[in-house]
Ligand binder design. Structure first.
Ligand code: C5P
Length: 239
């Protein structure tokens, strides 16, 4: 079923599917990178955890009428998805201040954002994924004004659903990054992954950081942290 390698990114490999033009296989790698690839390591089992966590999240979203490219998990590290052309935007939703916004705007960590803030970044490693505004996005990508409105609305709807999902797992969804892709017919759908690599998750009671910040800041064990997230999600989604 798995065809030739189409693309290899920092966290995943993308394969063609034999005799199936409109599908791809994503294979989650054990590599961890931060600060645009400047910090790198490998963690045995990380690919499995992000594949299973992302699969749970996309299944939950589907149950709540939010479609994504996700079709199904194939095994521990691979998932079948609909083929999309990724729009080079990183759409970040922030409920609480952490990470780059604290440095960029001098906002204190843990400051709450009501309503949540949506930020756009241009997905371009050579430029370090700069923050951009809507007009930049029209110039840099093929999206229309209407489509950007749709993308931001989707991002906020995903935020509402995931805030609830993680709350049930005793986690606070601090912020996260989404990517969107176009299907062959031009329809825009949620794509890429939703995992502790792409979300900030803090324990609701202790405030403990339970996401890639444990790697970025050297403050804990990545695998046991991600395993804990998967277990909490499984306990709550009755898998
Ligand atoms: O670094 P920053 O604070 O802007 O990140 C906001 C959120 O987006 C975090 O949850 C982070 O993990 C995620 N992110 C990502 N991929 C990037 C940049 C940020 O998943 N390239």
């Amino acid at each position: 079923m798995k065809g030739s390698l189409l693309y290899e990114g920092k966290a995943k490999k993308v394969y063609h599917v034999n005799d199936q033009e409109d599908q791809l296989i994503l294979s989650y790698k054990n590599d961890a990178t931060a600060f645009n690839g400047k910090k790198k390591d490998q963690f045995e089992g990380k690919g499995r955890l992000n594949n299973l966590i992302t699969s749970k999240v996309f299944e939950y979203l589907k149950q709540h009428q939010i479609d994504s490219h996700f079709i199904k998990a194939l095994n521990d590290t691979e998932q079948l998805v609909q083929k999309t052309t990724i729009i080079p935007l990183e759409v970040v939703v922030r409920n609480v201040a952490a990470g780059s916004i604290t440095r960029r705007l001098g906002i204190q960590e843990k400051t709450r954002f009501t309503p949540p803030i949506v930020e756009l970044f241009y997905k371009k490693d050579e430029l370090n994924d700069p923050l951009i505004n809507d007009v930049h996005a029209y110039h840099l990508t093929d999206i229309t004004e209407q489509e950007l409105v749709y993308i931001k609305e989707m991002a906020l709807t995903v935020n509402e659903q995931l805030t609830q999902l993680f709350k049930e797992a005793n986690l606070q969804l601090v912020d996260f990054k989404l990517e969107f892709g176009r299907l062959a017919d031009g329809t825009i759908v949620l794509a890429d992954e939703v995992s502790p690599d792409t979300c900030r998750l803090w324990d609701l009671e202790t405030g403990e950081k339970m996401d890639k910040d444990v790697f970025r800041e050297n403050i804990g064990d990545l695998i046991s942290t991600y395993e804990n997230i998967l277990q909490r999600l499984e306990a709550n989604t009755h898998a």
